[in-house]
Design a protein around this ligand. Structure first.
Ligand SMILES: [Zn+2]
Length: 119
């Protein structure tokens, strides 16, 4: 599918916005599915702070350190700790693995928990 600017409308605020070629390339490069967004960038950022569940891409996870980071669709990154892995999730998680997770606020900012590999 060739990249081209596409209009989309936000299901939350109703705003029309452009799903740009640059944005499509960025998402594809990270490994996200290229579905047209149903939230505008502002509503997406707000949504990503809700408990979820959400889908994201593992930037990296270091089993020795016991933590890593998930890239959210907006591009923001979220910390996750070994203790936030869902039961049965292997500790060897390659970069760019697609995961599903929930957001939990902590004293040190939001953290991803119930992190499970996307089937
Ligand atoms: Zn919106």
């Amino acid at each position: 599918m060739p990249y081209r600017d596409t209009w989309a409308s936000c299901r939350q605020c109703g705003r029309q916005f452009v799903f740009t070629v640059e944005e499509q390339r960025r998402l594809a490069g990270l490994g996200f599915e290229l579905t047209p967004p149903d939230l505008c960038p502002d509503c997406l950022r707000a949504h990503e702070m809700t408990p979820g569940p959400h889908q994201g891409i593992v930037k990296w996870y270091d089993p020795e350190k016991g933590y890593g980071f998930i890239i959210q669709r907006s591009g923001s990154e979220i910390f996750f700790h070994r203790s936030g892995l869902a039961p049965g999730t292997p500790e060897t998680i390659p970069d760019k693995t697609r995961v599903r997770y929930r957001i939990q606020p902590t004293g040190r900012g939001p953290q991803a928990v119930d992190v499970a590999l996307e089937k």
